[in-house]
Design a protein around this ligand. Structure first.
Ligand SMILES: *Cc1c(COP(=O)(O)O)cnc(C)c1O
Length: 362
């Protein structure tokens, strides 16, 4: 923990925090932050450059504050995937879904926020930073979400914001749409569904529940399946009143003209960008088999990563041994577990071979 100088008027609730810090270190196989390993095509890169060049000629002016074109495109994109009927009034966009999460806390964090641990570590971290009381709820021992237990926990703490990540990070487990619906029927405040990995799952998106349950808010991102993490674009699909509330807490012109332009072009290339999803899902199943052949246990995943256990070394030691071989995976702070992102073929092979030799060491 950092020792802060006494003259620094840092908020008391921040003094004990550590910044978010997935290590960004050189490695041959980068398999720690759940990105899509396949980079954009030359055609997409060219289309983005062309559009950015056009936009550059107007950079003396502020961007469209409300990102109307982009929000319309995102609405059409979601409608195409989920057979819904949303417009820009149902969509909010920001610099990554982390900014969306921050805006939700700023707008609605008048009471407690509840999540089901282990889950995405940024939910409680952003809650702390925005001074919202976070309740760490629990999951079943196999990391699945027991719906009756979840409903009892919601009943107990009466949160204004309940977070469910499905497929969940870091476990990969997901819950069905009918189970989500049961939770929605028993949830005060807003039910926030973080669907960062939805494209990797067979389950229908929770956006299809919004019309019936206007307190359901769905967070999506271009950072994972969509292979666009570097651009920073996350979005929210919700009832228009939720979107209108976002206008109150967003910073003026929060989304740069460059980001808007790049994201708009990327959506035009969505077929290409999502083409690798089925390949990654197949690679996930193969990696699961390979891990089990090494005598490890793998948590069922409908995402683009696997959480595995059953090794003898402490997690941190095995993580380091892999990094020494050029393979960067993630120690998510769960005793006896490590998480690996599905990479490209060469990375996956490298990972399994390196892991195999690490496990053989004493
Ligand atoms: C990666 C991730 C996000 C955030 O991603 P952005 O890059 O900020 O859009 C949000 N939620 C979960 C569960 C994630 O794993």
């Amino acid at each position: 923990m950092t020792t802060w100088p006494s003259w620094l008027p840092l908020r008391a609730n921040l003094r004990e925090l550590s910044p978010y810090g997935a290590p960004q270190v050189p490695a041959t196989a980068i398999m720690n932050t759940n990105e899509n390993p396949y980079s954009p095509s030359l055609q997409l890169a060219q289309a983005i450059s062309d559009r950015i060049k056009e936009v550059s000629l107007t950079l003396n002016r502020y961007p469209d504050r409300d990102a109307i074109t982009l929000r319309n495109k995102l609405a059409d994109f979601i409608n195409g995937l989920s057979c819904t009927n949303f417009s820009s009034e149902n969509v909010w966009a920001a610099n990554g879904s982390n900014e969306i999460i921050q805006s939700l806390f700023l707008a609605f964090g008048s009471g407690k926020a509840l999540g089901f641990t282990p889950s995405y570590s940024m939910h409680p971290l952003i809650a702390k930073v925005t001074q919202v009381q976070w309740i760490a709820g629990t999951r079943a021992l196999d990391f699945s979400l027991d719906v009756d237990s979840a409903i009892a926990q919601i009943e107990d703490s009466q949160p204004v914001l309940t977070f469910i990540t499905t497929p969940n990070n870091p476990t990969g487990t997901s819950i069905s749409l009918s189970e989500l619906e049961r939770i929605a029927q028993n949830c005060p405040g807003l039910l926030v569904i973080d669907e960062a990995y939805a494209e990797f799952s067979d389950e229908k998106s929770a956006v299809t529940l919004i019309e019936k349950y206007p307190h359901i808010v769905v967070i999506r991102t271009m950072s994972k399946a969509f292979a666009f993490a570097g651009a920073r674009l996350g979005y929210l699909v919700a009832h228009p009143s939720v979107i209108e509330s976002m206008f109150l807490v967003r910073l003026p012109y929060h989304l740069s003209a460059l980001t808007q332009a790049a994201a708009e072009v990327a959506i035009d290339f969505s077929d290409e960008l999502l083409a690798t999803v089925s390949q990654l899902r197949k690679a996930r199943e193969l990696m699961k088999v390979n891990l089990e052949q090494l005598g490890l246990r793998v948590v069922p995943s409908s995402s683009n990563f696997l959480l595995f256990t059953g090794f003898k070394q402490p997690s941190a030691q095995l993580w380091q041994a892999l990094l020494d071989r050029g393979v960067l995976i993630r120690d998510v702070g769960l005793l006896g577990y490590l998480r690996v992102t599905i990479g490209n073929e060469a990375e996956n092979k490298n990972f399994i071979e390196s892991l195999s030799s690490c496990l053989g060491e004493k």
